[in-house]
Design a binder for this molecule. Structure first.
Ligand code: DGT
Ligand code: CA
Ligand code: CA
Ligand code: ZN
Length: 590
């Protein structure tokens, strides 16, 4: 019997190929929905399949259920095989190239008979691609840049992928005999926006090391074993990720955890702090220095717990996401805590798309998903009219959407459900910095996220003028995904972020932290500047589906890394206070 993930993977493949084949959008989306549903399903599908009642699961229709039954019986999914005949699977990788949509991918494939990334690169270098009608030198340049980006970063992955792999491995290792403690270390524990390799640390006595490594290297997710030594073993996962597992003596777990969490820069600062105090800090513990200034291994001060090691260096425990040598040692030498936003502070979902533009679910379905998750409000922000490619709303459609939102809100009020939907829009910031509707329409929204979606590569000065204009617009509540980056796929627009943050803070315009693991934009490295200027943010999932709502978790992690406390995060306010903030921001600029 295939696992849930196997089935989800097959359906996802159908979805990707359908996109390439130009299949009806709603048919394709049905496969994507079913795939996501199954991936996130808590039970094994086995009994549902045996009893032929997959359609009991919300999100799986009759036709897809039948595809799955056939797949389980025969090992083949006819719909998938049919699409494989139409489009080569290799082209799926091309979907990650920015500037290259499904239509052009298929056109290139047909014109040149190529289907691998390597062949595409050759085609570009020969100058053939630029000859293709409708492409031209400029778009080819963009495609070339995007491929280079992809290659440069194939050694890293996004936070959500690393998180999922680490979580699964920890689940399977934590209950093994002899495992006294297990933690993620490295960049993943520090919640970096992209992860090189995944580091896991276990505390166990020597006798248990071998069986733990056996379990690790034979895990179903492991594709190959890269190395295995006395205390460290490295593997590559099916997705191509490297995972390092280190096993240390329980008495030096704290020291090892501190060391392997990093960052390198934080470790260096910590070691020199130790030196100044006549001490030596390493992965085994904190020791005294002897008369020659070397580590006195007999004179151990602490090693088993991170907190005691920080304490013995005159510091309070520093949360891992702050360990980047950006002032954290100074802060935690004086303060026991730094107030930071937490997931359970988040009360509402701001920035979400519905079927009105390019989202996969209706407003009502999105709202119900928010209610089920305990949120108190949903700020719907479909695309504005210029974003034609994403189903942007004409003025007539905006008005019709408002009506729908009003009806839903009336329904919740009548039912005594403490939930409200805000009328929002993700307005394009046009080339000249204007928002995408006339003022009388803009005035009808409860709040507005203003984002750049086109002409992302304007020169710095023009781009800054454009953003400044948008920030000063009374109707802009917050700026969306400021740099426009897609992690490991597309670079950032040219911006002077320091100046932008200063200006936004001064104008009472917030800048979102877009929580999609593809974006995580505003970047955490601007955290000190944001804190110093008092900038407000909102941790926004930019959800295009129900599953997308849960991306908020990644945004919260990055917001913590950027040192945002609860009062500076707008969607941690009550519904009423959120609206008041938006109104006050508008009035202060009018
Ligand atoms: P990554 O894997 O590129 O996303 O980033 P990290 O931070 O996970 O780096 P990694 O896996 O090479 O090493 C894990 C931690 O081990 C790192 O954050 C700090 C520590 N570490 C590794 N190599 C060194 C080193 O040469 N010096 C110091 N001070 N610490 C190191
Ligand atoms: Ca790492
Ligand atoms: Ca590593
Ligand atoms: Zn957007």
């Amino acid at each position: 019997m295939p696992t849930n993930r196997d089935i989800a993977d097959q359906l996802d493949l159908v979805y990707q190929l359908m996109q390439l084949a130009g299949e009806n959008r709603f048919k394709a989306i049905a496969f994507d929905r079913a795939s996501q549903t199954i991936r996130g399903f808590e039970e094994d599908l086995g009994t549902y399949i045996e009893e032929k009642r997959l359609t009991d699961i919300k999100g799986i229709g009759k036709s897809i259920a039948n595809d799955i039954y056939t797949y389980v019986e025969t090992g083949y999914m006819p719909v998938l095989e049919a699409f494989k005949e139409k489009v080569p699977v290799g082209l799926i990788q091309w979907l990650d190239i920015s500037g290259l949509g499904p239509k052009n991918i298929v056109k290139i494939h047909q014109q040149f008979g190529i289907s691998t990334l390597e062949e595409l690169k050759e085609c570009i270098d020969r100058g053939d691609l630029a000859e293709l009608p409708g492409l031209g030198a400029k778009s080819v340049e963009k495609i070339k840049k995007s491929i280079a980006w992809m290659e440069q970063f194939e050694e890293r992955c996004r936070l959500n992928e690393a998180d999922e792999i680490a979580h699964e491995l920890i689940q399977s290792l934590q209950d093994l005999p002899g495992v006294k403690a297990i933690e993620v270390a490295g960049s993943l524990r520090r919640s970096k926006e992209t992860i090189g390799d995944i580091d896991i640390l276990i505390a166990a006595d020597k006798a248990h090391i071998d069986p733990i490594f056996d379990a690790f290297t034979s895990h179903e997710r492991v594709l190959e074993i890269l190395g295995r030594g006395e205390t460290k073993s490295s593997v590559r996962s099916r997705e191509g990720r490297q995972i390092d597992l280190r096993i240390v003596e329980p008495e030096s777990f704290g020291a090892a955890l501190m060391y392997f969490t990093g960052s390198k820069e934080h470790n260096i600062a910590m070691r020199s702090r130790a030196r100044e105090r006549g001490l030596s800090l390493n992965e085994y513990g904190l020791f005294k220095l002897n008369d020659e200034g070397e580590t006195d291994w007999e004179a151990k001060i602490s090693s088993d717990k991170e907190s005691s090691m920080y304490k013995d260096l005159g510091l309070y425990w520093i949360p891992p996401e702050l360990r980047e040598d950006r002032g954290e040692l100074e802060w935690f030498s004086e303060h026991e805590h730094m107030p930071l936003i937490q997931q359970d502070h988040i009360r509402g979902v701001i920035h979400a798309h519905s079927t009105w533009s390019d989202g996969k679910y209706s407003i009502q379905e999105m709202a119900e998903a928010c209610i089920a998750r305990g949120y108190e409000y949903l700020g719907i922000t479909d695309h504005s009219k210029t974003a034609g490619y994403a189903g942007g709303l004409s003025i007539e459609r905006v008005m019709a959407q408002w009506k729908e939102i009003e009806n839903l809100n009336a329904h919740y009020a009548a039912e005594g459900v403490d939930f409200v939907i805000f009328k929002g829009i993700e307005s394009d910031i046009l080339g000249n910095g204007d928002l995408d509707y006339p003022a009388d329409i803009l005035a009808g929204f409860d709040f507005i996220v203003a984002s750049v979606h086109q002409q992302l590569d304007m020169p710095l000065e023009a781009m800054m003028d454009r953003f400044k204009q948008a920030i000063e617009n009374p109707f802009t509540t917050m700026i969306g995904h400021p740099t426009g980056r897609l992690l490991l796929k597309r670079g950032e627009s040219a911006l002077d972020m320091n100046a932008l943050i200063e200006h936004a803070a001064q104008q009472q315009t917030a800048i979102e932290i877009n929580a999609s693991p593809w974006r995580l934009d505003l970047d955490w490295t601007w955290g000190n500047k944001a804190k110093q200027t008092g900038l407000f943010t909102s941790v926004n999932p930019d959800a295009h589906s129900i599953e997308g709502i849960d991306d908020i978790q990644y945004g919260v992690r990055l917001a913590r890394k950027a040192k945002f406390d609860q009062p500076r995060v707008l969607n941690s306010l009550s519904a009423k206070d959120f609206l008041s903030w938006a109104k006050a921001s508008r009035e202060s600029k009018s």
